[in-house]
Design a protein around this ligand. Structure first.
Ligand SMILES: [Mn+2]
Length: 415
């Protein structure tokens, strides 16, 4: 019986510059610059703690083909720690770091490290105690703009153990990322491999559950405010050819976004208080860059649009937050309070809806609904649990509630 665990890592983008942040102070800029490197250290920590049998890394190790010396040396340091523990590593390169970069600061990788070439798929057995438990196959990008279907070049070899294919690619033309090395899920299913260790898509995804298991582990560290939520890598437990995935968090900074309705708030002081509470309620155990999108029909709308308000409110939020919570931006998608008398005179869709509601007979509408129930055998059975008499009595309030919901949707920007 063979039983082992391997780690599937991708898209480290070591020493990546962060993009898309509205404002930064120097200390935070430095911390974020270090975040991708710290995440890699944590990946290695996690692999050592789990005593994995091997590690596969599915491309975009570096952020660009002019990989920084710092990134290359830090990467090597982590591979050394794995090698010293007897854990082999298998690496392919992707569209951000084709061919491992234009030049290398490293002349020799540690023992047990395989960097797959760009010409043909090669296959390396993983031997534990004289027994081949797995075969790892891989192919690196020779250049950034790979348009060939590289997946079809993977031919399962007649070797024992669990068969893992490592590739940076875009499955089924995922529009959220560049279409490099395009292939289809069907290509991967037809391959007879047991596991496709993919890289490229920065969100965690399991594209296929079994035979083969097809996984994007996502990136190890978010590098843009749109990459929200936990980031890390996958641990794959294999027993007698059956596998399961566990996610491990490795990110050193996280990005979160609140969608926040200001409809019930009467002041900016109340808004500040509620935003701080909401951030605290996330219960994060690591530093975070916060963004919030403010919505709803609110008396705060005019204040929020006043020049300087957002910047100053952000400063106030930072003043009141711990040092590892950075308020980056507030998106104002609020609407002014609704003046029904004025709006019903208008010529637009909202005005039409209001006039339609004014012309409606609430009692009659509910009666019609009750008539429907009488006509449908399936609904009649529900009749005893519905308090239909009180429904009829509440008809005007029901219509008012329907109007409120409709107007909030139409005018409140809450979508
Ligand atoms: Mn990437």
């Amino acid at each position: 019986m063979s039983r082992f665990t391997f780690a599937h890592v991708a898209d480290l983008h070591l020493d990546t510059p962060f993009s898309g942040l509205a404002a930064l102070n120097d200390a935070l800029a430095q911390q974020l610059q270090d975040a991708s490197l710290l995440a890699w250290d944590r990946v290695v920590d996690g692999c050592l703690a789990e005593q994995v049998t091997f590690v596969v890394i599915a491309g975009d190790v570096y952020d660009s083909d002019t990989a920084s010396v710092r990134a290359q040396l830090r990467f090597k340091r982590g591979l050394e720690r794995l090698s010293d523990a007897g854990i082999p590593s298998f690496i392919v390169h992707g569209n951000h770091d084709p061919n491992g970069g234009r030049w290398s600061a490293v002349d020799r990788w540690p023992d047990g490290v395989t960097v797959f070439g760009t010409q043909e798929v090669t296959h390396v057995p993983v031997v534990v105690g004289g027994q081949t438990v797995a075969t790892v196959s891989g192919l690196s990008f020779p250049e950034r703009h790979v348009q060939d279907n590289l997946a079809r070049r993977f031919i399962r070899q007649d070797l024992p153990g669990y068969h893992v294919a490592v590739l940076h690619c875009n499955v089924d033309s995922d529009a959220s990322h560049g279409v490099y090395a395009p292939c289809t899920l069907q290509d991967l299913r037809d391959s007879r491999y047991d596991y496709w260790a993919l890289g490229h898509i920065h969100a965690r995804r399991i594209l296929h559950e079994h035979a083969p298991l097809v996984v994007y582990p996502g990136n190890t560290q978010a590098r843009h405010p749109n990459e929200t939520g936990p980031k890390g890598f996958a641990l794959v437990d294999v027993e007698d050819g059956q596998a399961g995935v566990r996610w491990v968090e490795a990110d050193s900074w996280r990005f979160e976004r609140l969608d926040f309705s200001c409809a019930e708030l009467a002041s900016l002081a109340a808004l500040e208080e509620q935003l701080l509470l909401s951030a605290g309620a996330l219960g994060l155990d690591r530093p975070v860059v916060m963004r919030a999108r403010l919505t709803g029909m609110t008396p705060l709308h005019t204040d929020l649009l006043r020049p300087g308000t957002v910047g100053s409110l952000l400063q106030a939020l930072r003043d009141q937050s711990p040092p590892d919570v950075w308020w980056d931006d507030l998106e104002i998608a609020t609407r002014p309070l609704f003046n029904r008398d004025a709006r019903v005179q208008g010529e637009d869709f909202t005005a039409d809806v209001l006039r339609m509601i004014d012309a409606s007979d609430a009692q009659g509408m509910v009666e019609e609904l009750l008539g429907e129930i009488e006509r449908h055998p399936a609904l009649i059975r529900a009749r005893p649990v519905l308090d239909l008499d009180s429904l009829l009595a509440a008809a005007p309030e029901l219509l008012a509630e329907a109007e409120r919901l409709a107007i909030e949707r139409l005018e409140g920007g809450a979508w």
